[in-house]
Design a protein around this ligand. Sequence first.
Ligand code: DWN
Ligand code: SAH
Length: 405
Amino acid sequence: MSKCLICDKVIEPFMSFGKMPIANGFLTKEQFASEYFFELQVAFCERCKMVQLVEQPAREKMFNENYAFFSGTSMAMAIHFKEFADHVMTDYLPSDNPFVVEIGSNDGIMLQHFKEKNIRHLGVEPSANVAEVAIKKGINTISEFFDEKLAHEIVNEYGQADAFLGANVMCHVAYLHSVIEGIKILLKDNGIVMFEDPYMGDVIENTSYDQFYDEHVFLFSILSISYLFGQHGMEVIDVEPQWSHGGSMRYVIARKGARPASNNVLEHLKKEKAMGLDKQLVYDRFRRNCEDSRDSLTFLLREIKKEGKRVVGYAATSKSTTILNYCGIGPDLIDFISDTTPIKQGKFTPGAHIPVRPYEKFLVKYPDYALLFAYNHAKEIMAKEQKFMASGGKWIVYVPEVKVL
Ligand code: DWN
Ligand code: SAH
């Protein structure tokens, strides 16, 4: 029997993606025999509306000194985070000596803009190798997991904060109650919380089931975030949909009554109810859509293979681990996956064991088809791969549906 991580109600999984490895656990041949697996099961809680993983690997298995995701690998995301930082500085920070804390600050992609403006800042980033990149850039960073205990230590050393920020990190934390209690300790009375994560509404609409993997313990909706923060005397005062990561939602949160709430929140809540994000039925339909999407993708790849064509993967994303393992796609269907991240190159993908090669291998001999695992960066990638397309190369995408472009 499993219980909801947010409200303790008994929950039942609405689907299982089967046995999964650590999504960013790129490995060598020697490590195949000792690879770790867990069952990727997803549940919807009818009481607090939170969608969550039933089983979670220990946090140190995912976030450590070998973490393979560096935020700076996308130019478009660098611009996105400059805009995020500018928005906070313009609309939410007081003029008098503000202090900003960001959790999951990774290589400093967002905090660097606060540093440039000489704004007091602190990054909290448990994965030591990515934190190191930020430290080298002169961004004030500690390599720790944020929780209630750490919040006390930060306040003792720096005082309270005006803004608590996070991007693609809150949904990674199973112990959210401790994080929110920490936020309350850390934040000044009229301070704001601003974070964004992949949005459940977009995942349902686009059948982008690859947003489920070990690191993503939760997929949030405004419904579930309102319930969660409401339990701690805080409220959502604004929401701002984002294009990033295939569709995200940014939440602005404050202590109850401390700041006026925008009508935007109620309007988006209405939309979520109209979509049925508060109903089990929608998640059952999502499961059937995932199964159909999986069957179409494997059928397409097998047909292409029968024609003797060559397929390579483009970008060894975390999300690709769910696609490859759930669909049973291995080196028999994809020759290799090209990726720009040095720590992934020369290794094999988790579970499916497809070789990861440097980006240059893609350029040297274009394949007939490239399976685009970083569809969330499609605009940026298509713009730089004009030559591949001009040479007759085709893209295979699977979000929002399986097709050849
Ligand atoms: O939530 C998370 C988000 C922020 O980032 C983390 N849990 C992990 C990670 O997810 P992801 O790996 O699915 O992220 P991306 O940004 O979709 O993919 C990044 C990967 O794609 C990197 O390995 C670099 C690669 N890439 C590439 O090879 N060529 C990316 C671009 C833009 C490219 O042109
Ligand atoms: N914010 C960046 C990185 C997202 S990846 C971006 O959007 O590109 C998620 C990051 O959260 C990882 O770097 C991971 O090490 C970090 N993380 C995971 N648990 C955390 C916690 N409890 N406190 C702070 N950071 C955490």
